[in-house]
Design a protein around this ligand. Structure first.
Ligand code: SAM
Length: 334
């Protein structure tokens, strides 16, 4: 990788390694109603105080500044984003900034109530996290008997016409690995795109998760379903896709550990307190809340964003330094 100084006259956000940042993930809350074993510890209640949370006005202003610098894709996440009051209203305000792509990651427990409002607000597509099709296994992983509620949410999103729906399954050895093929069939049947994700060592929960290398899993699925590599880029993210022969079914593999994709990383993550994390697996960060609350002008915000992007590390070190990151995924904005 060669280090590039970005030309300051260009509106684009280009980091020191020549990567253009086009994608912002925005955590709108660090709260969650589930306690997934690889994410939040059971009994965890020490959430940020709402006074520290960026308001909708602050989020709109900051995301507007990113948008002027070429970030056209925003994903709302958390914590569980649908626990943030009036989230569809925020979605509508952000879509009005002219974003090309506004998406949402959710556990779907609240989705049945919000699917239509999200669609009406201009949310282009959603990702639903679902690790199992078994009610008991769902409760084992998430700490809550909310499988039926989640399924209702998922089907409500489909009925509301939110498409495509990507279904994110964190694959874990001895926990849900035996369900992967069944999950693929379920997704093919419903027109969902399955994405399998390797666990990352974030916080003690992520470190203690039953990591499963997706390389051999992919080989098995390719043989079982006769999958072909997908030539098209779907969504501009890190997933590498395979498709069924008729093109109707797709499976994406997100392999941050076995085959990392840092060289093409195009994203940064804004936490609910206004901290911008430049990498999931590093401490590099920049605090925007003091600027937003201290009367910074739009030009100052844009300059601060450029400065922050210059702090983006080349790559994570999950393998070399697995105990480095203490924060849970829900704090960063997964
Ligand atoms: N609550 C929303 C949801 O369930 O999609 C958004 C936030 S959640 C933290 C985002 C994604 O991060 C989920 O798909 C979750 O499974 C994943 N995740 C959380 N901790 C992880 C870890 N240690 N390794 C890999 N993925 C993780």
């Amino acid at each position: 990788m060669h280090a590039l100084a970005h030309p300051s006259a260009s509106p684009a956000l280009i980091d020191r390694y020549g990567r253009q940042i086009r994608y912002l993930r925005v955590s709108v809350t660090d709260r969650c109603d589930l306690r997934c074993s690889y994410c939040l510890p059971k009994g965890h209640t020490s959430f940020e105080e709402p006074a520290h949370w960026l308001s909708f006005v602050e989020l709109e202003r900051l995301i507007g500044a990113f948008a002027r610098l070429g970030v056209a894709r925003v994903r709302l996440t958390g914590g569980e984003p649908l626990l943030r009051r009036d989230l569809p209203q925020l979605a509508g305000r952000l879509k009005a900034l002219g974003l090309a792509d506004l998406s949402l990651s959710t556990n779907a427990t609240q989705l049945a109530r919000h699917a239509e409002a999200l669609k009406a607000a201009g949310v282009d597509r959603i990702n639903v996290s679902l690790d199992t099709l078994d009610r008991g296994c769902f409760e084992h992983i998430t700490g809550r008997d909310a499988y039926a509620q989640t399924m209702d949410g998922l089907m409500a999103a489909k009925a509301a016409g939110l498409a495509p729906i990507k279904l994110n399954m964190v694959a874990m050895r001895g926990v849900n690995e035996h369900e992967i093929a069944r999950m693929a069939e379920f997704c093919f049947e419903h027109g969902f795109i399955l994405r399998l994700i390797e666990t990352m060592p974030m916080g003690d929960t992520g470190r203690n998760a039953q990591y499963l290398d997706l390389g051999p899993v992919r080989d098995t699925l390719v043989a079982q379903f006769g999958l072909l590599p997908e030539a098209l880029e779907l969504g501009g993210g890190p997933a590498r896709y395979w498709r069924t022969v008729d093109g109707a079914g797709r499976i994406g593999f997100i392999t941050p550990i076995s085959q990392h994709f840092c060289a093409s990383c195009n994203r940064v993550r804004l936490a609910v307190d206004g901290t911008l994390y430049l990498c999931l697996g590093q401490e590099a960060k920049f605090e925007f809340r003091p600027l937003l609350r201290g009367g910074a002008t739009d030009a100052e915000l844009e300059a601060a964003i450029r400065h922050a992007i210059d702090l983006k590390p080349e790559r994570h070190e999950f393998t070399e330094q697995p105990t480095k990151i203490m924060r849970f995924m829900s704090q960063t904005g997964g």
